[in-house]
Design a protein around this ligand. Structure first.
Ligand SMILES: C[S@@+](CC[C@H](N)C(=O)[O-])C[C@H]1O[C@@H](n2cnc3c(N)ncnc32)[C@H](O)[C@@H]1O
Length: 346
């Protein structure tokens, strides 16, 4: 059954869905590998297959940026398939079973980003350090999550940033962040390290490994799908801008709803994704087509990343002034924009 007939949605709900016709249409674009493919044949494609099967048919040394967002070590259902929580050592063995085989696809100057929550992070660290140079561990704030009665609310995730060698791309100027200046200091009457604009006072800052400016996709964002663990486009934009150049190839073997491919396309990179579930592959293809019409990335504008809800043109959200001055609007923003409960935790 198509997604559209499954659920009733509010009129302002922008979630990307698929009709039966669209499913058939987008499925015809998907690849399945049963023989060796060249890099050109895989350019800007989505492979609908188990990674464990596809991996043998991938070429060598063709990827500039590998983004890995595998199932975390949690019991979680992805459409027709459920990933089951394992012991730490079993999860390490599972990671290694595909990770080692994937190394062949990387160019010598490639970068690798690996996502996990706090439970999976130990395993990722232990596997990554055996094969790669670990450069940093980014921690990002998932501002939503279930409150816990007997524990700290789980509100953060990790992304391990690794490279093959000491030669790698890192475009720091492309990932600077525009922050509101709290205490505008002037020297001889002129702003020191910040700009006065009619939209407010801002400073461009160097990006750190703590990311607190991300919003998990929700129903009124045009990037939203029903994928249970979809990453924000803004998160991918940071990674892709920092660690690749235009026309480079971004590869994501756990593509999900297609976020990495979509953002790669919007930022004029090439992409390749693998995903087990046909539904998610088709959602990825639909989002890729939508990117032809709208290449904007929420939270990234005018070549910089904006702190959450500070960009003056941000739609459907309180303006910065409202947010600061009107506690009601702040509460609305903090409590009202949540996913349904079943989508909160990875
Ligand atoms: C954490 S999600 C990725 C979410 C994605 N980053 C996004 O923004 O939508 C992991 C994905 O890996 C897929 N997956 C799990 N095992 C797989 C396998 N063996 N081969 C290919 N895909 C797999 C799941 O169906 C799921 O969509």
């Amino acid at each position: 059954m198509s997604q559209e007939s499954n659920k009733k949605r509010a009129p302002r709900n922008k979630t990307v869905t698929l009709s039966e016709e669209e499913l058939d249409f987008y499925e015809s674009r998907l690849l399945k590998l049963s023989t060796n493919f060249s890099p050109d044949e895989l350019l800007n494609k989505t492979i609908n297959q188990d990674l464990f099967t596809a991996i043998d048919f991938l070429p060598e040394a063709f990827v500039d940026l590998l983004f890995l967002d595998p199932p975390y070590n949690l019991t979680k259902t992805f459409n027709n398939n459920t990933f089951r929580e394992q012991s730490l050592s079993e999860y390490i063995r599972w990671l290694e079973s595909w990770f080692v085989k994937l190394l062949k696809v990387l160019k010598p100057n490639a970068s690798v980003y690996i996502c996990g929550d706090w439970r999976s992070s130990t395993a990722i660290h232990l596997v990554a350090q055996k094969y790669l140079n670990i450069r940093s561990r980014i921690t990002w704030e998932r501002e939503k999550g279930r409150g816990a009665l007997n524990n700290w609310k789980n509100c953060s995730e990790d992304i391990w940033f690794c490279t093959i060698s000491d030669e790698y791309t890192f475009n720091v100027d492309a990932v600077k962040m525009k922050r509101r200046v709290i205490a505008p200091y002037k020297e001889n009457g002129t702003p020191k390290d910040w700009q006065e604009t009619n939209q407010g006072n801002f400073r461009l800052t160097y990006p750190s490994n703590i990311w607190t400016d991300l919003t998990i996709p929700f129903w009124s964002m045009p990037e939203n799908t029903d994928h249970p663990t979809q990453k924000p486009e803004k998160l991918l934009a940071k990674i892709i801008l920092a660690s690749s150049n235009p026309n480079d190839l971004v590869f994501d073997p756990f593509l999900g709803s297609g976020t990495s491919s979509v953002v790669a396309k919007k930022l004029k990179r090439n992409y390749l994704g693998i995903e087990l579930e046909r539904l998610y592959c088709c959602l990825a293809e639909k989002r890729l087509e939508m990117a032809n019409e709208d290449s904007s990335i929420q939270g990234y504008a005018e070549g910089v990343f904006w702190e959450r809800n500070t960009h003056p043109l941000t739609k459907n959200k309180p303006t910065p002034l409202l947010k600061e001055k009107d506690p009601t609007s702040l509460n609305l923003f903090q409590s009202g924009l949540k996913r349904p409960n079943n989508q909160l935790d990875k």
